[in-house]
Design a protein. Structure first.
Length: 131
């Protein structure tokens, strides 16, 4: 079964004058200290509008944390900490991470802290303004 079609592809860009998004799902299992899933690549010049998350199954075990970052592991420098309890979250980017992005940028959904169970869906909403 195909788990992700957004592996090693160029920046996702549908065009101008619309909100676009990248999304991924991270399912945590026992024996995996950190779960990182590449969401995709944000194109140069884009502006991050918001972060969304939906915790399908609460993340448990260890000291769980979730976030959206520029690398794997415990990175959450784009979104800050996301909730790990069941439910949804909508968050604005920090003033220092919203863009416009200077270069194409890899984006990762990370669940860390030694979690042993959980299921998190995350997304990044962005726009590409006219140059």
């Amino acid at each position: 079964m195909v788990t992700s079609l957004n592996n090693q592809v160029p920046a996702r860009e549908a065009g101008y004058e619309m909100v676009q998004y990248l999304a991924a799902r991270a399912t945590v299992a026992a024996g995996v200290a950190n779960r990182s899933v590449k969401m995709g690549v944000l194109p140069a010049g884009s502006i991050i509008v918001a972060f969304v998350s939906r915790v399908v199954t609460a993340v448990s075990g260890g000291t769980p944390a979730a976030g959206i970052g520029l690398s794997t592991g415990a990175a959450n420098e784009l979104s800050g900490a996301l909730t790990v309890t069941a439910g949804s979250q909508f968050a604005a980017p920090a003033t220092t991470t919203g863009g416009p992005l200077a270069v194409d940028t890899d984006v990762w959904l990370n669940v860390s802290g030694g979690a042993t169970a959980g299921d998190v869906v995350g997304g990044v909403l962005f726009i590409k303004p006219l140059a």
